[in-house]
Write a protein that binds this ligand. Structure first.
Ligand SMILES: Cc1cc2nc3c(=O)[nH]c(=O)nc-3n(C[C@H](O)[C@H](O)[C@H](O)COP(=O)(O)OP(=O)(O)OC[C@H]3O[C@@H](n4cnc5c(N)ncnc54)[C@H](O)[C@@H]3O)c2cc1C
Length: 435
């Protein structure tokens, strides 16, 4: 397995360039994109496909923003539990799934059954086993609750997820063992305060296609996009000032531009362009990686605990999804949990869940991701549709759409559309060439 993806050739023969190599920052560029997360990268790719002279400035050493991966002693550690949902409409338009070598999770979920045993339930839309599993779980009061929840959603579409789930019976397995723990985990939202519209759109993507990991790590996604930018991507380049005429970097270097796309996190956008966006609260989450010499779960499925109380949100085994995530003979266990959870609290809950088996797991990494996901996003920010927040200044970023890979990619494509309208005068309704 390649230690790193940099300067290597992937299985499909695409040469992936070393994004840390110095590239010459110009003094002029038609469009300057600030921020090399998925939003900035997708914007840059679309600008390039439409023949625009652009440059992208990223303050870190590598592009990717929230989607980064560390490599430690042969283990591949994504920054927190992340999956790529193959049904992502923007993923389908912008990414080459074959080049990413996507490896799917099992279409199902490990849950705690009321009897206390860990049970695998399959996705009813992908296998008959799922229909059987669901029949065993659902009872008449669940069906009534589901109808009530659907009516509540139609009547109050701005409800929180917790409010809609409260329509299901209190003791329902569907609610307590599946819906609540699953969405607490995938939304990193232990209180389920996310709008039900987000939960619904994420659920739809999970049901429509596989949840996958690129074989060599989640950072294959930004690398795949970055490999299309060549020397127009400038890492270690932090923008400190923005005006309608261009940007200024640290050390006073300036680039004059006809259009500037700010594709940073919301607080940075607010600092660079005061008044551009209201204050956006963010959710934080923690992650811990362990290695083990035995596979703790039988199938390559996600486990969402509900019986033993504690900080753990999800447990998965990435090396069951792709063998490249761990050295031969070892297994990688990924645990997501609430921010600030102590390793002793995490271990204590895991020991109850895995009945002592986890005592022998070795800790590889443990930390928090602050400001991981915007808690306010999309239409609730009341921004203009074209995301124009000042003369020639356009915003991009997951907080404008949904806090997800698909949302970040979509925001970048939308920003590219507005940038094209500014520099080419084509009118903002002309669809840009995405590929
Ligand atoms: C722990 C976690 C788990 C997640 N799980 C999933 C999941 O399973 N599935 C899913 O679809 N989504 C998931 N997401 C969400 C998804 O990863 C993000 O929504 C998406 O990556 C955000 O991309 P972005 O480009 O909008 O922002 P960011 O990734 O934050 O990119 C912003 C970029 O701007 C750069 N920048 C900031 N300031 C400056 C400056 N002054 N000058 C230059 N550059 C600057 C930053 O360095 C960064 O690279 C998860 C996120 C996290 C954190």
């Amino acid at each position: 397995m390649p230690e790193s993806y940099l300067n290597s050739e992937d299985a499909s023969g695409e040469v992936l360039t070393d994004q840390t190599s110095p590239s010459v920052i110009p003094t002029e560029s038609e469009v300057t994109v600030v921020g090399g997360g998925l939003a900035g990268l997708s914007c840059a790719v679309v600008l390039g496909n439409n023949g625009v002279d652009y440059h992208l400035l990223e303050k870190s050493e590598v592009p990717g923003g929230k989607v980064t991966t560390d490599r430690v002693d042969g283990f591949v550690l994504d920054k927190g539990f992340q999956v790529f949902l193959e049904a992502s409409p923007m993923g389908k338009r912008l990414l080459d799934y074959t080049k990413l070598e996507l490896r799917p999770f099992y279409r199902g979920l490990y849950i705690d059954s009321p009897s206390g045993s860990r049970t695998l339930i399959s996705d009813p839309l992908s296998t008959n086993l799922g229909v059987r599993d669901l029949r065993n779980i659902l009872n008449a009061s669940d069906l009534v609750g589901m109808v009530q929840a659907s009516i509540a959603y139609l009547r109050y579409p701005k409800s929180t997820t917790a409010e809609i789930f409260s329509q299901l019976p209190t003791r329902s397995v569907l609610r307590r063992s599946i819906a609540e723990p699953f969405f607490k985990g995938v939304l990193s939202d232990p209180e389920l305060q996310s709008p039900i519209s987000l939960t619904r759109s994420i659920a739809t993507l999970f049901l429509k296609g596989a949840a996958s990991l690129p074989a060599l790590g989640m950072d294959s996604i930004p690398r795949h996009l970055a490999s299309q930018l060549g020397d127009r991507l400038h890492t270690k380049s932090e923008v400190v000032r923005v005006s309608s005429k261009g940007v200024e970097l640290t050390e006073g270097r300036k680039i004059s531009s006809r259009c500037i796309v700010i594709a940073t996190d919301a607080p940075t956008a607010r600092r660079l362009v005061p008044g551009s966006v209201t204050e956006v609260p963010y959710r934080s989450v923690g992650y811990t990686y362990f290695s083990a010499d035995e596979r703790p779960l039988g199938h390559a499925a996600l486990y969402v605990p509900s019986l033993h109380k504690g900080p753990v949100l999800t447990v998965s085994v990435p090396s069951d999804i792709s063998v490249y995530y761990a050295p031969q003979g070892r297994h990688l266990i990924s645990v997501s949990h609430s921010r600030g959870a102590s390793i002793s609290d995490i271990r204590s809950q895991l020991n109850k869940i895995f009945r002592g088996q986890s005592n022998s797991w070795e800790e590889i990494a443990h930390g928090d991701i602050d400001a991981a996901l915007p808690a306010l996003f999309g239409k609730s920010l009341a921004l203009p549709n074209d995301r124009l927040v000042g003369q020639n200044i356009v915003l991009a970023g997951d907080f404008l759409d949904t806090p997800s890979i698909d949302g970040a990619l979509a925001s970048g494509v939308n920003a590219a559309r507005t940038a094209l309208a500014i520099i080419k005068g084509r009118g903002s309704t002309t669809p840009p060439r995405v590929k």
